[in-house]
Ligand binder design. Structure first.
Ligand code: XLS
Ligand code: NI
Ligand code: NI
Length: 438
């Protein structure tokens, strides 16, 4: 079969001296870091929607990039051309996974029966490509935010009929995820939130979202889905307020409704920063709750207030991300590039160069995080910082072997406690710079 990206070769690792834009400078898949190959630390995934569907349309202008891949848009022939393009793309880059929404895969019909028939047809074709190439599915999801029927949400909709339609889409998307052997299933609550409390019953809406998730878990388990369900937190956009505001909020919600055994977090860098956190913060909160599942690898722009979904090039953030991932013992999911080229980067070559950038950035992050951990000064500092809890009264506090009255008596004897010791933030920041650039 003729290639769609005929002028793009297989992308290879050439090392940090290479000036070839179509080569990896840092991502060396077989290089062993902390006992395992880079590619096992970094299971990268292609996001079907950005890479194969989105052409750069924004509020002010139409597509700049041609994603027709030689077929007429809106047809099943185009859906197949996207599959051909996607698998050629992943194979040339060595990306081993993909993520998808139902509606990314084919043109949605007015009638769900016809949509599902099209999904069956295209998923057969995808499956044959997966078997041919060994490329796997990281996670699937249902788009329950694009169609006008979801203007008030899906699980949180005021309309029970819309709720049922969402259920039907989730059921089919779970069927597809299982058909592809996907590792996870994502809920990003695009419109699960509100614009004004004047028309919203927050308690009822949250209970209904939980009901929908519970039914999804029960159905998924009944058809043999053994992977993780994920919530992908995001605080706003498109809704003014979204219920899955950040990792802490989503974890609290899952525990409240007894869903925490089946769900983990899919943390997206740009969503964390929109919530007023660092990417590292939401990763840490997920990890300490045993819920760090997967990552949507992108970055935002601190000067813009929305989800810009840029390809990650911030090595500092990638380093802190991998530091969290390594400390958490790795991901059950992977690193999905939920990212798009900037609108003026409209060529096929740009699609490849943006993935090279993202993969090199995370490879650097891995190397630098490993160096930070092996260096040990930061971890050692943190351990020492809490050493007053390792003996004496501190030890009793941690063991739960004391009372408020005993502590008060202890404090009486102390007079004024000594200052708690310098936080040494600047020294630690210097260590990070030394590891990054030394
Ligand atoms: C949008 C989300 C979306 C999810 C999948 O902001 O990141 O792309 O990852 O529905
Ligand atoms: Ni996003
Ligand atoms: Ni995302």
């Amino acid at each position: 079969m003729s290639e769609i990206f005929a002028n793009i070769p297989k992308i290879r690792y050439e090392g940090s001296d290479s000036k070839n834009p179509l080569a990896f400078k840092f991502y060396d898949p077989e290089r062993v870091v902390l006992g395992k190959p880079m590619k096992d630390h970094l299971p990268f995934a292609m996001a079907w929607w950005h890479n194969l569907c989105a052409g750069g349309t924004d509020m002010f202008g139409r597509d700049t990039a041609d994603k027709s891949f030689g077929a007429k848009k809106g047809t099943m022939a185009h859906a197949r051309a996207k599959v051909d393009a996607g698998f050629e793309f992943m194979r040339k880059l060595g990306v081993e996974y993909f993520c998808f929404h139902d509606v990314d895969l084919m043109p949605e019909a007015d009638d769900i029966k016809e949509t599902n028939r099209r999904l069956d047809e295209i998923s057969d074709y995808i499956l044959s490509k997966m078997q041919e190439t060994g490329i796997k599915c990281l996670w699937g999801t249902a788009n329950m935010f694009g169609n006008p029927r979801f203007m008030n949400g899906a699980g949180s909709s005021n309309s029970a009929d819309v709720f049922c339609f969402a259920a039907a889409q989730i059921k089919k998307a779970l069927d597809l995820t299982v058909k592809f052997g996907g590792k996870g299933y994502v809920f990003w609550g695009g419109r699960e939130g509100y614009e004004t409390l004047l028309n919203t019953d927050v308690k009822f809406e949250q209970e209904n979202i939980a009901r929908l998730m519970r039914m999804a878990v029960d159905y998924g388990r009944s058809i043999g889905f053994t992977g993780d369900f994920y919530i992908e937190p995001k605080p706003k956009e498109p809704m003014k307020h979204q219920y899955d505001f950040d990792a802490a909020t989503a974890i609290g919600f899952l525990r409240q409704y007894g869903l925490d055994k089946d769900f983990k977090m899919n943390i997206e860098a740009n969503h964390a920063t929109l919530a007023g956190h660092t990417f590292q913060h939401d990763l840490r909160i997920s990890a300490i709750n045993g819920m760090l599942g997967s990552i949507d690898a992108n970055q935002g722009d601190c000067l813009l207030g929305w989800d810009t979904d840029e390809f990650p090039f911030n090595v500092y953030e990638a380093t802190m991300c991998l530091y969290e991932v390594i400390k958490a013992g790795g991901l059950t999911g992977g690193f999905n590039f939920d990212a798009k080229c900037r609108r003026p980067s409209y060529t096929h070559e740009d699609m490849f160069e943006s993935y090279i950038l993202g993969m090199d950035t995370f490879a650097l992050g891995l190397l630098k995080a490993a160096a930070l951990i092996e260096d040990g000064r930061v971890d050692g500092f943190i351990k020492d910082r809490y050493s007053s809890y390792e003996s004496g009264i501190g030890k009793k506090i941690v063991a739960g072997e004391t009372t408020l009255a005993e502590l008060a008596a202890y404090a009486d004897e102390l007079g004024a406690p000594a200052l708690p010791g310098s936080g040494k933030q600047e020294r630690l920041e210097g260590i990070v710079n030394q590891i990054l650039f030394g």
